[in-house]
Design a protein around this ligand. Structure first.
Ligand code: FAD
Length: 350
């Protein structure tokens, strides 16, 4: 297996300098070889496209397993749907592009999300009303403990908002080898977002095709998210907080312009029975950050993006610590003003 001791900055979209040993896995034998040779007690880092990772230079002796397993296979082609299996190393957006071009629906709203197919189940990637959990049939994994290949069904993956088994009990346990998706031949629902509707009106498109939906999403995203090849970033740096409806109403008394979206969920908050269903409210993190005066804010080597406060940018030579400092300042400012603790979306590895 190919291995290199390198600065991994170019393997991640935040481009933070970190020296590490990288092993390139192009097939399952490489994964097996990697774990067979791994010293006891050493925790490796699994790397896809590095678009959701903030890696500390302190990782020292932790080796990196860079997932490069390729391959696209049609498992089944039925009247209403197609089952497609993809290697973990395949580029996610290439897959979305091919699906749209062949009129297969279910992932078109998740166009232009950087990274690999194998990473999409990890945080249940989502955008514009779609989440991968709604099209994933199963996930093929390498179980690090018993070194066997297993299939996890959609239910086994325990998907929820930006979360799955792979971020919890499955962390450091599974390497995702491939993902099988069920894409539909029927036309999808058009994303019910103001920006999307506006785009179709402005472009005189009444009945958009899948490709036109994809184009709309790509165009809209370009206005809000910087291209990580030009401006180093990890997309949304903070999750949109979901808070109790009454808490949101209290904030709204002082901030009439606060956008909020109702979320119906099963309660698991104190004082609520675990089976009851009640309303929570999702608040855009970008709005909260803007309200504390930190949209387009310059922290020195790090800044928030001028068009979208939820994006944190490495201006060029930022360090891991610079990112941590900026993140902590934003979280503290939002907490001070609104009593809401923002959570980060990318994973911190140290
Ligand atoms: C400009 C920009 C826009 C973005 N927009 C969105 C968006 O709209 N919605 C969204 O959900 N995300 C978004 N993201 C975040 C990111 O692109 C996704 O989370 C993506 O799925 C990460 O893929 P990756 O291959 O880069 O994963 P990495 O960053 O390499 O890894 C992410 C996590 O997955 C694990 N992992 C990766 N591959 C495997 C594997 N094969 N087996 C086991 N674990 C693995 C890693 O260990 C890590 O924990 C955006 C990022 C950027 C830079």
């Amino acid at each position: 297996m190919h291995r290199l001791f390198i600065n991994i900055a170019p393997l991640t979209t935040m481009q933070l300098p970190v020296m590490a040993e990288v092993f390139y896995a192009k097939n399952v034998d490489h994964i097996l070889e990697f774990f067979n040779k791994l010293e006891k007690g050493v925790k490796p880092i699994i790397l896809g496209g590095g678009s959701n990772l903030i890696i500390s230079p302190e990782i020292k002796n932790r080796p990196i397993l860079k997932m490069e397993i390729m391959g696209i296979e049609i498992i089944s082609n039925e009247r209403d749907f197609v089952l497609i299996k993809l290697g973990a190393g395949e580029n996610w957006d290439n897959f979305v592009s091919r699906a749209c071009a062949t009129n297969l629906s279910g992932i078109e709203a998740m166009s232009a999300i950087p990274g690999t197919v194998g990473a999409t189940p990890v945080q249940n990637v989502g955008a514009y009303g779609q989440e991968v959990k709604d099209t994933i049939l199963n996930v093929e994994v390498f179980d690090i403990e018993d070194k066997k290949i297993k299939i996890l069904t959609n239910v086994d993956c325990k998907f929820s908002y930006r979360d799955s088994i792979f971020k919890n009990e499955g962390k450091n346990k599974f390497v995702i080898i491939s993902v099988t998706f069920k894409l539909l031949k029927q036309f999808p629902e058009i994303p019910k977002y103001v920006d999307v509707k506006k785009y179709f009106i402005e472009n005189n498109i009444n009945n958009p095709s899948l490709i036109q939906i994809r184009d709309a999403i790509i165009n809209i995203r370009h206005t809000k998210l910087p291209d990580p090849k030009i401006i180093f970033n990890t997309g949304s740096f903070f999750k949109n907080p979901i808070i109790d409806k009454n808490e949101a109403l209290k904030i709204k008394e002082s901030y009439l312009d606060m956008p909020s979206f109702t979320v119906i969920s099963n309660a698991n908050i104190e004082n609520k029975s675990s089976n009851s269903i009640y309303e929570q409210v999702k608040i855009p993190a970008g709005w909260l950050i803007e309200k504390v005066g930190m949209k387009g804010y310059d922290f020195g080597k790090v800044a928030t993006y001028k068009n979208n406060a939820i994006v944190l940018i490495n201006k060029g030579d930022a360090s891991y610590q610079d990112i941590i400092n900026a993140k902590d300042k934003i979280i503290a400012s939002v907490y001070e003003k609104f009593g809401i603790t923002l959570e980060t979306e990318p994973e911190f590895v140290n």
